[in-house]
Design a protein around this ligand. Sequence first.
Ligand code: NAD
Ligand code: GLY
Length: 375
Amino acid sequence: MSDTSTNPRRVPVGLGDRAYEVLIGPGLLARAGALLADVMPRRRTVVVTDATVAGLHGDTVLAAFAQAGVAARMIVLPPGEQTKSFEGLADLCDRLLAETLDRGDVITALGGGVIGDLTGFAAAIYKRGIDFVQLPTTLLAQVDSAVGGKTAIDTPRGKNLIGAFHQPRRVLADIDVLATLPVRELRAGYAEVLKYGLLGDRAFFEGLESRGPDVVAGDPAALTWAVEHAVRMKAEIVAEDEREAGRRALLNLGHTFGHALEAETGFGGDLLHGEGVGAGMALAFRYSADRGHCSGQDADRAVRAIAAAGLPTTLAEIPGAPFRVETLISHMRQDKKAEGGDITLILARAIGETWVEKAVAPGPLADFLAREGAI
Ligand code: NAD
Ligand code: GLY
């Protein structure tokens, strides 16, 4: 057994009496019971997962709980974004009630961002709040959604519009589970890894320029390094600004453009969230250069790194292109960061230096989108 297998990396999320740790390394699901027993004093849990993850990793987790003397039952939901809905929430809450969980119990979320966001929100409202732990199984969930306490469901009016801040008690990011992840999902998660370098850490970005291909190829050492670095950055930002009053908004780099593209493609399998973020970050850097905030060299370098991971960087690569300028702008006005219909963007001065630009002037933005190929 390797050293990291017995000693996972530990990243603290410093939130006072709600502080918790993110454990990162291989083999963690197989030791989930032992690694979580201290936050499960009643020695029982319900594992919420989706059918794909249940088939691949469910038995490992149930065996690990049994080994540690934690009684665990499993609720299996359909995979896919549509599960993160009012209907999915009602179904999950009903099934949790049927398990007669009470406030002293702990729910386990085993899956990607869909399962983590839905289960976290159910935990936030179940009997006015119950503890939960996160066992993220996608790269995106390990570096972003499982850390920081944002939980939500979608409605027909948009994504993540109904939700709550509810921090997990612990997060186990098992690098081994990423071996079963389809490569397209791994690349989409990698967009969120690159995001950390681009938004605030040039040295990490430069590290990804050389180690990124290993990360995308699924090399466990490179993945452990990238996940730990990303989680440390996220933990630091969340500890400083849990409710997104300031710096946490930088984590939305590329998301306003990306959200518009996801809306155009129907928030489904045609464009994964991370793919939208990849294209959105490329657009954000090119727009920053276009407005004279950032050098063309840095914008080109950012775009090259995104493209090198096999992610889209232009509107023409997005299914359904060409898009109408007015429609894209209208989606951007509905983004959660918009204020009174004014568009907010995260813009760059350089790789690793970003800020929140409020009340973005729609005229120059429309001209830019037209130059990018929108009609
Ligand atoms: P997902 O949860 O839908 O997982 C993607 C697919 O991979 C699913 O089909 C799933 O069954 C499958 N899968 C998961 N783990 C697997 C594994 N180890 N092996 C094989 N298949 C596996 O998608 P996601 O990309 O993890 O998460 C996207 C969601 O996360 C969106 O709803 C987005 O809004 C949300 N999100 C939330 C935050 C936050 O801060 N809360 C941040 C970013 C994204
Ligand atoms: N994913 C953005 C955030 O957690 O703030």
